[in-house]
Design a binder for this molecule. Structure first.
Ligand code: NAD
Length: 436
C-alpha cells in the first residue's frame, strides 16, 4: 500500500490478502470435506449448520435432548422461511435445505463425518469432555473444530490424541449472516487442516482470517480493549448513550452498550453474581437483561426502539458515586479507538496475526468497522501513531494498568505506519523461538 492508496483499494486488497497463508503454497493439499457434523444446536450451532446446508453439504446436528434439538431445528427452519419469504431463494429451497440437516442425539452418529464443529456452551470442562468423546468416535483424518469465542484451543486439542486435526473455526453471530470466520491455528494444527479450513470458508461464502491462540483471538481481544475503556468512561459518569452516539457518529451501526443489550446482559452472569462489571450486575438483578427483557442499559418500546433510561442513570450513580458528566463525541471516540489500535499492535507483536491488514479485515467483516475508515490499522495511519500514543498516554494517567505497546512508541518516534508493520507474522508457541 502506498500513502495515496484509496480506502476502497486498501479494503479490497486487504480482503484478498487475508486468504493467503504465509508458508503454504496456494495449491497446498486439502482434506476432502463431504459431510459435516455439528455438536450443539443453539444460537451458533444452528446458524453454522445453515451455512453448510445452504452450500449443499449434508449436516448432522447433535443435541443433548430431543427438545433442544427440535427447538434448534425449528429456529433454522424459521430463518430459512424468512429468507424465502423475502425472495432470497425459491420457497421449495426451504425443504431442500432442511432435508440436508439430520438431527441426532449422540456424537456416536458423527463417526463418519469429515469435519465436526463443536458449538456447545463456552465451558472448558464441557468442551474438553466433548473433544474426548469426538476423539473416541470420529474416524481418523477427520477435522475436529471448535467454535469457542476465546478459550485456549491448545488445551481443547490436548483432550484428544490427534491435536494435529484440531482447529478453531470462530463464526460470528448470526452465523448464517456474518461474513467473518476466524480460523484459529493452534500449536499442533496440521498445514492441510489450515488449508482445508481456508478453502471451506470460500465454499460457504465467508471471509476467513487466520489467527493465533490468545484470549479472544483477534476480534474479541480488540473488542475487550474497547469495552474496558467504555466501562471506564461510564465509571467517570459519562452516560452509555453518549458513548454509543459518539461511535455511531464515527460510523459504527451501534455502540458497545447497544451491542450488550442486543446480546443480553446476562451472558456470563447468574443471579447473585458479582462480576468485574457491577453496573451490569445491578441492571441484571433489576431484571434489565437487555432487549429481550424490554430493558437493559436502555429502555425499549414495543418496537424495540431504545431510549436513554433514568433507571440506568440512577444505577450508575449508585454504583460509581460519580457525578454525571458530558464528554464531547470527539474525545469519546479518541479514548475508545486508541486502545483498539494499541491492542492490534500488541497482537502483532505477540505474533497472533499474519499481518496488520488482517486485523482490519476482522473488524470490517465481523464487527461493523465503518468501511470508509478502512479498519483500525488503516485508520491509525490516517490519524498517525503520534496521536494514538498521545491518546494512550492520557489513558495511562487514569489507569496505570494500561500499557502502550513498545511498537506503538517506536512508530510514533520514527513516523512509521501501522499498515506496514512486519513483526514476524503468525507463529504458534511451538514454532516460536524455533530456529528452523
Ligand atoms: P447456546 O447456549 O445458544 O447453545 C449451546 C447449545 O449446546 C445448547 O443448545 C446446548 O443444549 C448444547 N449442548 C450443551 N452440551 C452439549 C453436549 N454435550 N452435546 C450436544 N449439545 C450440547 O450457545 P451459543 O451462543 O450457540 O454458543 C456456542 C459456542 O459458540 C460457545 O463456545 C460460544 O462462546 C461460541 N460463540 C458464541 C457466539 C454468540 O454470539 N452467541 C459467537 C461466537 C462464538
Amino acid at each position: 500500500m502506498t500513502p495515496d492508496t484509496s480506502v476502497e483499494e486498501y479494503v479490497a486488497e486487504a480482503t484478498r490478502r487475508a486468504a493467503v497463508v504465509e508458508g503454504l503454497p496456494s495449491d497446498a493439499p486439502v482434506r476432502e470435506v463431504r459431510s459435516v457434523g455439528i455438536v450443539g444446536a443453539g444460537t451458533m450451532g444452528g446458524g453454522i449448520a445453515m451455512n453448510f446446508a445452504s452450500a449443499g453439504l449434508p449436516v448432522r446436528l447433535v443435541e443433548r435432548t430431543d427438545e433442544a434439538l427440535q427447538r434448534g431445528l425449528s429456529v433454522v427452519r424459521a430463518n430459512y422461511q424468512r429468507s424465502a419469504d423475502r425472495g432470497r431463494f425459491p420457497a421449495e429451497e426451504v425443504d431442500a435445505r432442511m432435508a440436508r440437516i439430520d438431527g441426532r442425539l449422540t456424537v456416536d452418529d458423527l463417526a463418519d463425518c469429515d469435519l465436526v464443529i463443536e458449538a456447545v456452551f463456552e465451558d472448558m470442562e464441557l468442551k474438553t469432555s466433548v473433544f474426548g468423546e469426538l476423539d473416541r468416535v470420529v474416524k481418523p483424518g477427520a477435522i475436529l473444530a471448535t467454535n469457542t469465542s476465546g478459550l485456549d484451543i491448545d488445551v481443547i486439542a490436548a483432550a484428544t490424541r490427534r491435536p494435529q486435526d484440531v482447529i478453531g473455526l470462530h463464526f460470528f453471530s448470526p452465523a448464517n449472516v456474518m461474513k467473518l470466520l476466524e480460523v484459529v491455528r493452534a500449536d499442533h494444527t496440521a498445514d492441510d487442516v489450515v488449508a482445508t479450513a481456508m478453502a471451506l470458508a470460500t465454499t460457504i461464502g465467508k471471509v476467513a482470517v487466520l489467527v493465533g491462540v490468545c484470549p479472544g483471538f483477534v476480534g474479541n481481544r480488540i473488542l475487550a480493549a474497547r469495552s474496558n475503556q467504555a466501562n471506564a468512561m461510564v465509571r467517570e459518569g459519562v452516560m452509555p448513550w453518549d458513548i454509543d452516539d459518539a461511535l455511531r457518529g464515527f460510523g459504527f451501526r451501534m455502540g458497545p452498550f447497544q451491542m450488550s443489550d442486543l446480546a443480553g446482559l446476562d451472558i456470563g452472569w447468574s443471579k447473585g453474581a458479582t462480576t468485574k462489571n457491577p453496573i451490569r450486575d445491578a441492571l441484571c438483578e433489576l431484571g434489565r437483561r437487555g432487549q429481550k427483557t424490554g430493558a437493559g442499559y436502555y429502555d425499549y418500546d414495543a418496537e424495540r426502539r431504545p431510549s436513554p433510561s433514568q433507571v440506568t442513570a440512577g444505577v450508575i450513580a449508585d454504583v460509581t458515586g460519580a457525578e454525571p458528566r458530558t464528554m464531547g463525541a470527539e474525545e469519546i471516540v479518541r479514548r475508545l479507538i486508541a486502545p483498539m489500535i494499541n491492542e492490534a499492535v500488541a497482537i502483532l507483536e505477540e505474533n497472533h496475526a499474519q499481518r496488520p491488514s488482517d486485523v482490519d479485515v476482522v473488524w470490517l467483516h465481523g464487527y461493523g468497522w465503518p468501511a470508509d475508515k478502512g479498519g483500525p490499522m488503516f485508520y491509525g495511519d490516517v490519524i498517525g501513531a503520534g496521536e494514538v500514543l498521545s491518546a494512550m498516554e492520557g489513558l495511562v494517567r487514569d489507569d496505570p494498568r494500561i500499557r502502550p505497546a513498545d511498537t506503538l512508541r517506536r512508530l510514533a518516534q520514527d513516523g512509521g505506519r501501522f499498515t506496514e508493520l512486519d513483526l514476524g507474522g503468525l507463529k504458534t508457541r511451538r514454532t516460536k523461538g524455533d530456529p528452523s
